[in-house]
Ligand binder design. Structure first.
Ligand SMILES: [Fe+2]
Ligand SMILES: [Fe+2]
Length: 497
């Protein structure tokens, strides 16, 4: 999943190739599912009790732009024969449901001290609190992003982009369902209470904010939305990748299916930023200047600042480089490494060491640490390598346009609030700066209020089919083999019967 040529980023919103045998989803139920919910009346009733609260939340804090219907992808199966179909549906009637990847009855734990033992179908008492916490933290990010993106529909650069925003939003809503199912099914009364809280905390709320910092930042404009889906959804992809390895099988299967949906979110980010860069390059060439504000484009320097910001806040989501919790989660089998089964080591890591950076005397140095203590860093390194693929791709667009300018992925220490760099200032190029030097240059690194206001001023909606706002290039193809000018969204005021 990490090489650019084969990455899901390259897929254009069609269904990713499914794995495993066909497993039909039951749509005759109030809550579509492939977990035989009808056989467990108690659980079904509990989830049916939560459902209207979710719909209330969606209507209050979900997409603000009134629409009649949207051309959306809905999961129909989790198996080999394809898993999704597309149709126009009113968004509040989207069939949010519970879909787990197919069970492999022979699955064993692939790492930690339980390596080789059968995967767990129930939660072991000793790991109950930790597993619940992992699920709650993951679950909290899903509705948070919907809240952050609530008003973006009002300024969509096209109907095509509007549809992609809503697709991401409904699927993040479904990811909340995925976590709430686990809480209800496996964690009893406490789990049900946590499920309630997932709708009560809200992004940016002073009294009850979302758990993680990046999910309380406002998504102010579409450039930030594309950076968010590129960098922050990608953090989600990597977190899900570690939970997909979990010894707790229902969690592993849940995350495996979520990752299929997540691929489209990556696609929206990668191609969204790419289209901005393409348009910027076009305007730079046409007018022979970097300063393309007055020509209705976003200067490359501002694209770079947005990139710097979103990358650095997303890096903080991985936590401290060294973490006893992460090591314990690994040893206990709760959370594996990215592509655990493809790693060529003993999958126990008691003896292994690795290098890690830290800052001392104004410079970045390295020290050797136990691998088990630095698993957050292990995951973050995988993430950074993946992020670099997008930057290469965007730079290819600049090169293809015949421009010398390039975007860079900032140094891992840039603008960090968490971990070994938190008390230091590091430039995007990796130079350690003192306070005064940092203050003198920071406006060149991060979007200023003026930058954000100038980007916001370009965000005028373009709702005419097949037309695109002037700051972004059209995509190369439509969604699910439909033309780019397809009627992906019917707005409420169109008055379509
Ligand atoms: Fe998600
Ligand atoms: Fe996502």
């Amino acid at each position: 999943m990490t090489s650019p040529a084969t990455s899901p980023d390259d897929r254009t919103g069609a269904a990713p190739a499914p794995t495993g045998p066909l497993s039909k989803i039951d749509y005759s139920e109030r809550i579509p599912n492939n977990v035989n919910l009808a056989d467990d009346r108690r659980l079904q009733r509990a989830l049916e009790g939560w459902q209207p609260k979710f719909i209330d939340w969606w209507k209050t804090l979900g997409p603000a732009l009134p629409t009649k219907d949207v051309y959306l992808r809905t999961a129909v199966a989790v198996g080999r024969d394809g898993w999704a179909h597309f149709e126009h549906v009113p968004m509040e009637e989207y069939r949010w449901g519970i879909f787990l990847a197919e069970q492999n009855p022979d699955r064993t734990v692939s790492f930690g001290k339980h390596k080789g033992e059968p995967a767990w179908q129930e939660v072991p008492g000793e790991h109950r609190a930790d597993l619940m916490r992992l699920i709650v933290v993951q679950g909290d990010t899903e509705p948070a992003s919907v809240e952050q993106q609530r008003v973006l529909g009002n300024t969509a650069p096209s109907i095509y982009d509007l549809r992609n925003l809503f697709q991401v939003n409904v699927e993040e809503g479904r990811h909340l369902w995925a976590m709430v199912y686990l809480l209800h099914a496996y964690f009893g009364r406490e789990g049900r209470e946590e499920a309630e809280q997932l709708l009560k905390r809200n992004s940016g709320d002073i009294d009850a904010p979302r758990i993680l910092g990046a999910f309380n930042e406002e998504t102010t404009d579409w450039l930030q939305f594309f950076m968010f889906t590129y960098f922050t959804d990608r953090d989600g992809k990597y977190q899900l990748g570690t939970l997909k390895e979990s010894a707790f099988d229902p969690l592993a299967r849940t995350c495996e299916f979520m990752l299929k949906e997540e691929a489209h979110h990556m696609f929206v980010g990668t191609t969204g930023v790419q289209r901005v860069v393409e348009r910027t390059a076009e305007l730079m060439k046409e007018h022979g200047t970097d300063d393309i504000w007055e020509h209705g484009g976003i200067p490359l320097s501002v694209v770079q600042k947005y990139l710097n910001f979103q990358f650095s806040v997303s890096m903080d989501l991985f936590g401290s480089e060294q973490s006893t919790n992460a090591g314990n989660y690994y040893s206990s089998g709760l959370k594996g490494r990215w592509q655990e089964t493809r790693r060529k080591d003993d999958h126990v890591l008691l003896e292994d060491t690795r290098e890690m950076n830290y800052v001392e005397d104004g410079e970045i140095r390295q020290r050797t640490v136990p691998t088990l203590s630095a698993l957050n860093l292990d995951l973050r390194d995988e993430y950074v390598a993946d992020c670099a693929n997008g930057v290469r791709r965007w730079n290819q667009a600049l090169e293809d346009a015949g421009l010398e300018e390039r975007l860079i992925l900032p140094h891992e220490g840039f603008n960090r609030r968490v971990g070994v760099y938190a008390q230091h200032h590091v430039s995007p190029e990796g130079e350690v700066l003192d306070d005064a030097a940092w203050q003198a240059v920071v406006d060149g690194y991060l979007p200023s209020a003026e930058d954000r206001a100038a980007v916001a001023a370009l965000m005028v909606p373009e709702y005419e089919l097949g037309k695109f706002a002037g700051w972004i290039a059209p995509p190369q193809a439509g969604i699910n083999d439909q033309p780019v000018e397809f009627d992906y969204v019917h707005l409420a005021e169109e008055g379509v019967a």
